[in-house]
Design a protein around this ligand. Structure first.
Ligand SMILES: [Zn+2]
Length: 576
């Protein structure tokens, strides 16, 4: 239901702020730590200044890795190549070894793309592994663990997509450093790879050369803060990455423009805001594995833990042919809400709206703190359109294969689609910050937990009995039914009175308890690696060989103890 804030904000959005930014940013190669990134931040600050929107310009030191020149040499023939960020540089003479081809499937969805896996590998000691697909962290570490001297990854098309090979989330701690990739890795195009696959059949030797610059960079990080009128300490964090590969129009100049236009629209209508809105533009996303959002989540951890009601990521909205909302990220408690908002404002076929569990990717740097998140990538093109264009799965740009290449230029953006996507973000943010009961439904979370437990029971068989976890889940589900019935009655109150404040503190408390057990293994103030995390990771059984069952059971039992205690705490919280 659209309130006054939403009506005013949506009517203030017309693209007149976002589109000029997209055009300006299309002339800036906003690699993190570069002068162009600084100019982009200055542009945002100038527009915020002009409109009187308060903001902070932070200057974090981020640890980044910027890819430089690379090539593969086969029989004196040079093949064009690109190293992913945080792979190792080679010595000047390169690294030479015999090629071993490891065919593996291609990603068929963005979720797969961020969690792609190589099944059991042969020993690759001293060899150069030739692998299908982009150099995602798990594959890179698997090739490294098998002893390869280097890896060559075959991109699916005619271009090479920039990317990052480290699994370490944000700036590494001393404990994290040993997990940084130690081998050189490069990507080559599918066209150029044919000769390499052929050469691998005779174990031909190739030489890889790659140069990267790794170090500390001072980067601009802008956070606008528009204060709410009633509960100003509580805020929604709306955010996206400022840095890009090349001039990155669809990924993510469009998102930067959307965030700026939204910041101005909310500022103009702030008298209707109950809670506050923070709008953040992160550096270090592409070459620091979300280093900017991770820095912010570390520097402001206690503030975020106490006061952030939810986070919304804005990456690659407003792209060409992007007329559907499929594979949208939303945590379970925000799934219905997200789909309803889109149905209400986007004027598209309801069947083309689909949400799913967020992958361990994007700037979801607040999972360990237990903060509800929704949206990551935005609208995308229909599968039929992608097939017609002979496109393959990519991780942004609304499905346009220009993603992470120098061809991500103005023709990838679409002003009409951007306008529609801004309405989605504008309406979603309005409904969270305009006041009243927070729109997150944790009954969907216990339903998902029950499904995960049933699945895990079928996998674990007699090794572990999940029935006590299941009982605890039912008890919480029943308590949530009572809680939401009571709060539903209270939500007719239009103001943030004492009663609805109390409900909201409990809803926030539920997210602090239930988000981490479903999305994190590491503690509240740490960051899990950028590797796929299954639902309820502490309870997920792994396939084990005969004789290993006792070890599996010991691990799940510890996870089960934690699970039962946390669900019991959640029940006490809402029944207090
Ligand atoms: Zn992006």
């Amino acid at each position: 239901m659209a309130g006054m804030l939403e009506k005013q904000v949506l009517s203030a959005i017309n693209g007149n702020v976002a589109w000029p930014l997209v055009e300006r940013f299309s002339t800036l190669e906003r690699v993190s730590g570069s002068p162009d990134e600084r100019q982009a931040a200055a542009y945002i600050c100038e527009v915020l200044d002009g409109a009187g929107v308060p903001y902070n310009l932070h200057e974090p030191f981020l640890y980044l890795s910027t890819p430089g020149p690379a090539r593969v040499t086969l029989d004196r023939r040079h093949i064009q190549a690109r190293p992913p960020a945080f792979s190792a540089s080679t010595p000047p003479q390169g690294v030479t070894g015999a090629l071993v081809y490891l065919p593996s499937g291609r990603a068929t969805s963005t979720y797969d793309l961020f969690s792609s896996d190589l099944s059991s590998l042969p020993a690759l000691t001293g060899k150069i592994a030739l692998v299908d697909g982009m150099p995602m962290p798990l594959k890179v570490s698997q090739v490294q663990a098998a002893g390869a001297a280097a890896g060559i990854f075959i991109h699916p098309g005619t271009g090479i997509h920039e990317g990052i090979a480290t699994e370490i989330w944000g700036t590494p701690s001393l404990e994290d450093l040993p997990r940084k990739p130690r081998i050189p890795v490069v990507g080559v195009s599918a066209d150029d790879a044919a000769a390499l696959v052929e050469a691998a059949s005779s174990q031909a030797r190739v030489t890889i050369r790659a140069a990267l610059e790794e170090g500390w960079y001072s980067c601009p990080l802008v956070v606008a803060e528009i204060r709410g009128e009633v509960l100003p300490e509580q805020f929604l964090l709306l955010h996206g990455h400022l840095d890009s590969w090349y001039s990155g129009v669809g990924d993510n100049a469009t998102g930067n423009g959307a965030l700026l236009e939204l910041a101005l629209a909310f500022h103009r209508n702030r008298r209707h805001m109950s809670r506050s809105l923070r709008v953040a533009w992160w550096p270090g996303h592409s070459t620091g594995r979300y280093a900017g959002s991770t820095w912010y989540s570390d520097e402001f951890a206690l503030d975020l833990y106490d006061n952030c009601v939810a986070q919304v990521n804005c990456d690659s909205p407003g792209c060409r042919w992007a007329t559907e909302y499929r594979h949208l990220s939303a945590m379970s408690e925000a799934r219905d809400f997200t789909e309803t908002v889109i149905r209400d404002v986007a004027a598209i076929d309801a069947d083309s709206i689909e949400t799913e569990r967020p992958p361990r990717a994007g700037d979801y740097s607040l999972n360990n703190l237990g903060i509800t998140g929704f949206l990551m990538l935005s609208s995308s093109m229909p599968a039929e359109k992608a097939a017609k264009e002979h496109f393959y799965t990519v991780g942004g740009c609304g499905g346009n294969v220009e993603w992470h290449t120098a061809r991500d230029t103005m023709e990838v953006a679409d002003r009409g689609n951007l306008l529609r996507d801004m309405w989605v973000y504008g309406a979603a943010a309005s409904r969270v910050i305009s006041g009243g009961i927070l729109p997150f439904d944790f009954r969907a979370v216990t339903a998902d937990f029950a499904t995960s437990l049933a699945h895990y029971q079928s996998l674990a068989g007699s090794v572990f009995d999940y029935s006590e976890c299941t009982s605890e889940t039912h008890l919480l589900a029943q308590a949530l039914d009572r809680f939401y019935r009571r709060s539903g009655a209270a939500s007719t109150l239009s103001t943030d009175d004492a009663q609805s404040r109390e409900y909201n503190l409990k809803i926030i408390g539920l997210s602090r308890l239930l988000v981490p057990i479903n999305y994190a293994r590491a503690g509240t103030f740490y960051h899990d690696p950028a590797l796929n995390i299954p639902p309820l990771p502490g309870l997920a059984p792994a396939p084990v060989a005969t004789g290993q069952e006792g070890f599996l059971r010991a691990g799940i039992l510890r996870g089960a103890n934690q699970y039962r205690q946390i669900l019991s705490k959640a029940r006490s919280l809402i029944e207090a």
